[in-house]
Design a protein around this ligand. Structure first.
Ligand SMILES: O=C(O)CCC(=O)C(=O)O
Length: 721
C-alpha cells in the first residue's frame, strides 16, 4: 500500500491557504498630490484613568469593507454521481433477497429494541469547519509554504522551568487543545472569533516582545509570499498580497479585538523574539498564555519580490492579568515583579491618543515617534507623514505601555482529560483526541488504543469501556441515497448482476456484487454479510475489541511521514500480522501469525473462506493489516501498490458502516478536476471486499471513511508478485 502522492503540508506559522489570483493584488502608491497636502489633524485623546481597552479603539474594521466570504467548496460532489448502470439489472429475486436482508436487519434491531443514539460524523453539520485535515486528500485543497528565510536564533538561555503546556509536533497541539486546531495557518478561528495565535519564525519588522512578554506585537492574516503546492499539478508561486480587513483571518482578528476576547498565544521554537531557547528541551511548541488584543492597525511593508509595497495588519497582544506571571520568567524576576506590581508596567497609560484623519474621517492610533499618520488602507493619505512615505519608524514608548484591563473570569487553558466514557463507549471522538500530561506538561496524541500515554514521560491514563455490539450500527444510513454502491456514469465501470453464493453449512446464502473496471484493469467484488452468516464476524468483532483494549492486539497510530515540524501520525490505529508489510509503521512492527492474537487469525480464516467461495479459488493470503477507527477517523486515499504485493487484496469490515471511494490516480493525464469518485461502496459489518487485479491499485486509489467505530482486517499476499 502506498500513500497518495503527497501534498506539501508544511505547517506554516503565518497565513491560511492563499488562493486569490495575483491580479487581486493592490500595492500602495501614494499619489504625490496627496502627499503634498498636509492633513488637518484633529486630536481626540481618548485615554483616561479608568479607560477600558474599548475606549482606546482607534481604527476599527470598517464594516462597509466587509464582504461575504466565498462559500467553502464542498467536498461532496454527489451531484456528479448517478446510480450505477448495471450491465444486466439484478433479477427480481435477487433484489428481493437484498430487501429481505435489509428488512431482517431492521426487524432484529426492533426486536432487540436497540436504537442507540449514534453520532455520525460524516453527516455532522456541526463538525468543526476549521479543524484542518492534516493529511488532506487534496480534493480541493492546496497548501502553502512560506519561503522567507527564518530569523537565525541567537544564543539564548534555556527555559527556567518546563513549560506548563508544550508539544513536539503540531499534530499534538491540534489534537489536544481546543484553541489551536489548524495545521496550515498561524491563526485559529471558529465562528469568526480567534481562539489561538501561533508566533513562529516569520517575524516582520517592528514585531515586538516587551514587558517580559506581556506585550507582543505581531503581524497576522496570511497572504505572504509562498509556494502553493498543488496535488498532481505544478506548484504555484504566490506573491505577497495586500491584506484586507475583510480577509477571513484579519476579519476574525479584528472582531476578537473589538469584542475584547481573550485568546491563547502559542510560540514555536523558531520564534526569534522569545527570550529562552526552546530547542534545548524539545519544546517545539509552547503555550504562552492568555492575551487580549489591545491594538490593531494596518501598516505598509515592502513586498518581498521588490515589486512595491503591501498592506499588512499588525496586532498588539497584551497579557491577561489574573493568570499569574509568565512561566518563562526566572523566579528572581517574578519575586521582583511581586514587589513592584502595579508600578512597573502600567506607569504610562495616558499617552495613546486616537486621531481622526481629515481626509477619511477614520481614527488611527498614534503609533510611531516620527509622527501620526492615517492608518486606514483605503484613505488617500494612508501611510504618509506630512505627505512623505515614512523612511524609518519606531514605536512611541506610550504606545508600548500596558493598558488597564479587567477580565471577570478567564478560561482555563489546560486541556481537560477524558474521565468518564458516556455509556461505556471508549471510541468516541473525544477518546481519539490527544491529552495533556499533568506530570510533565507534554501534549500527546492518542497513539495507543488501550490507553493514553505521554510521549515524554510515559505516564498513562486509561478509561474503561464496554464491548460494542454490531447491532448498535445496523440502523446506520449512508449519507447518499443508495443501498450498496454508486458508480459514476462516465467512469466506464460496469456493475454486474448480483450473484448468489452458498456459504455452506447452516450459514445460508449471501450475494456477491461485482464491478468490472474499464480496459481490463480488474474487478472489485463485495460479498455481503447477512444476519445469519455474520455469527463469525460478530465473534471476531468482540474479540478484536477485547484484545485491543487489553493491549494483546497492539493497535497503534504510526507515523505517516516526517513533516518539517515533527511526526504526523495516521488518522487510524493499526497492527500488522503475518508477513512484514512496509507501509504502516515499517515492517519491524509486524507480528508473525504464530504470535498474533485470535481476532487476527480468525479474521484471516473468514476472509480466506469467503474469497475462495466468491472467486472459486484459494488465495494464499499471508498478511493481515488490522485497522481500528474511532469516531471521525479514516484512511485517506492510497493504493496498495507496495512492491511484491500479490494482485488480490481482501478485507473484512466489522462494526460501523463505512464508505469506500475509488478514484483514478491523480496524474498529469487525469487532472484534479476529473478525479472525483468513480465508485463508492457501502461496507457494512460482515462484508468482505475483494480488489482483484494489479490494475485496481495501479490505476485507482481508495479511501475508507467509517461512519463510526469500525474495525477492518485487510489481507494481502506478500512476496507473491
Ligand atoms: O477497509 C478499510 O478500513 C481500509 C482497508 C484498506 O484500504 C487498506 O488496508 O489498505
Amino acid at each position: 500500500m502506498e500513500n497518495a502522492p503527497e501534498e506539501g503540508i508544511e505547517p506554516t506559522t503565518r497565513g491560511p491557504l492563499v488562493t486569490d489570483p495575483p491580479s487581486t493584488r493592490r500595492n500602495i502608491h501614494v499619489e504625490p498630490k496627496a502627499r503634498k497636502k498636509r492633513n488637518r489633524l484633529e486630536f481626540e485623546t481618548t485615554l483616561d484613568e479608568n479607560a477600558s481597552p474599548d475606549s482606546h479603539e482607534a481604527l476599527g474594521p470598517d464594516d462597509r469593507q466587509l464582504r461575504p466570504l466565498p462559500k467553502k467548496i464542498s467536498h461532496v460532489r454527489s451531484a456528479q454521481f448517478v446510480h450505477g448502470v448495471p450491465s444486466g439489472a439484478p433479477s427480481l429475486e435477487h433484489a428481493d433477497q437484498l430487501l429481505r436482508d435489509v428488512a431482517s436487519n431492521a426487524l432484529a434491531v426492533l426486536a432487540e429494541g436497540v436504537q442507540p443514539d449514534l453520532p455520525d460524523w460524516t453527516q455532522d453539520k456541526e463538525h468543526d469547519e476549521e479543524d484542518d485535515d492534516p493529511v488532506g486528500d487534496g480534493q480541493d485543497e492546496a497548501s502553502n509554504i512560506q519561503v522567507t528565510t527564518p530569523t537565525p536564533t541567537l544564543s539564548k538561555p534555556p527555559v527556567p522551568v518546563s513549560p506548563p503546556i508544550w508539544a513536539e509536533s503540531r499534530q499534538e497541539v491540534c489534537e489536544s487543545v481546543e484553541y489551536f486546531r489548524c495545521y496550515h495557518s498561524g491563526v485559529y478561528s471558529k465562528d469568526n472569533i480567534v481562539k489561538g495565535y501561533l508566533l513562529g519564525a516569520y517575524s516582520a519588522s517592528r514585531d515586538v516582545f516587551r514587558h517580559d512578554g506581556k506585550l507582543i506585537i505581531s503581524h497576522g492574516g496570511g497572504k505572504s509570499e509562498s509556494i502553493i503546492i498543488v496535488r498532481g499539478g505544478p506548484n504555484r508561486y504566490q506573491t505577497d498580497q495586500d491584506q484586507e480587513a475583510s480577509d477571513k483571518t484579519v476579519r476574525a482578528l479584528l472582531k476578537t479585538w473589538k469584542d475584547r476576547r481573550p485568546i491563547v498565544l502559542l510560540a514555536d521554537d523558531k520564534y526569534a523574539l522569545f527570550p529562552c531557547d526552546l530547542t534545548s528541551g524539545r519544546y517545539t511548541y509552547v503555550v504562552l498564555g492568555l492575551y487580549w488584543i489591545s491594538h490593531a492597525w494596518a501598516e505598509c511593508q515592502s513586498a518581498r519580490d521588490g515589486s512595491g509595497r503591501v498592506v499588512r495588519w499588525k496586532f498588539a497582544f497584551q497579557w491577561c492579568e489574573g493568570q499569574g506571571d509568565p512561566w518563562w520568567l526566572p523566579q528572581e524576576m517574578k519575586d521582583t515583579m511581586c514587589l513592584t506590581k502595579g508600578l512597573s508596567h502600567t506607569a504610562n497609560t495616558g499617552g495613546n491618543p486616537s486621531i481622526r484623519c481629515d481626509k477619511c474621517q477614520e481614527q488611527s492610533p498614534f503609533v510611531y515617534t516620527q509622527g501620526w499618520m492615517c492608518l486606514n488602507p483605503h484613505c488617500d493619505v494612508f501611510w504618509s507623514i506630512d505627505g512623505e512615505d515614512p523612511k524609518q519608524l519606531d514605536y512611541r514608548e506610550e504606545f508600548l505601555s500596558l493598558l488597564p484591563q479587567k477580565f471577570e473570569r478567564l478560561p482555563d487553558i489546560t486541556p481537560v482529560r477524558v474521565m468518564v466514557s458516556p455509556g461505556g463507549v471508549t471510541t468516541t471522538y473525544a477518546c481519539s483526541r490527544g491529552w495533556h500530561c499533568s506530570k510533565c506538561g507534554r501534549l500527546s496524541c492518542r497513539y495507543k488504543w488501550e490507553h493514553w500515554e505521554c510521549s515524554n514521560c510515559k505516564y498513562t491514563h486509561a478509561v474503561n469501556g464496554r464491548v460494542r455490539s454490531p447491532k448498535e450500527f445496523w440502523h446506520q444510513q449512508p449519507p447518499k441515497a443508495f443501498l450498496h454502491s454508486q458508480v459514476r456514469k462516465d467512469s466506464g465501470i460496469i456493475t454486474c448482476r448480483l450473484e448468489p453464493i452458498n456459504l455452506g453449512g447452516n450459514k445460508g446464502f449471501t450475494n456477491r456484487l461485482t464491478f468490472i473496471l474499464p480496459h481490463g484493469r480488474g474487478k472489485i467484488h463485495l460479498i455481503l454479510g447477512t444476519p445469519l452468516s455474520n455469527r463469525d464476524a460478530d465473534e471476531i468483532f468482540r474479540l478484536y475489541q477485547e484484545q485491543a483494549s487489553t493491549g494483546e492486539l497492539k493497535l497503534r497510530r504510526y507515523p505517516l511521514r516526517n513533516v518539517a515540524r515533527g511526526l504526523l501520525l495516521t488518522n487510524y490505529f493499526s497492527q500488522n500480522s503475518g508477513e512484514p508489510y512496509q507501509y504502516v509503521g515499517g515492517s519491524g512492527q509486524t507480528v508473525p501469525f504464530s504470535e498474533a492474537p485470535d481476532c487476527v487469525r480468525r479474521a484471516l480464516a473468514l476472509i480466506k473462506e469467503r474469497s475462495s467461495l466468491a472467486l472459486c479459488t484459494d488465495i494464499p493470503f499471508n498478511e493481515i493489516l488490522s485497522a481500528g477507527y474511532m469516531e471521525r477517523q479514516k484512511m485517506s486515499f492510497h493504493s496498495d501498490s507496495e512492491k511484491g504485493l500479490g494482485p488480490i487484496v481482501g478485507s473484512l469490515s466489522l462494526g460501523s458502516a463505512a464508505l469506500m471511494h475509488f478514484r483514478p490516480h491523480v496524474s498529469a493525464e487525469a487532472p484534479k478536476a476529473k478525479c472525483t469518485h468513480a465508485l463508492t461502496l457501502v461496507l457494512r459489518h460482515g462484508d468482505v471486499l475483494i480488489m482483484d487485479g494489479d490494475g485496481v491499485q495501479k490505476y485507482y486509489e481508495h479511501t475508507v471513511v467509517p461512519m463510526n467505530f469500525r474495525i477492518a482486517a485487510t489481507a494481502r499476499c506478500i512476496g507473491s508478485a
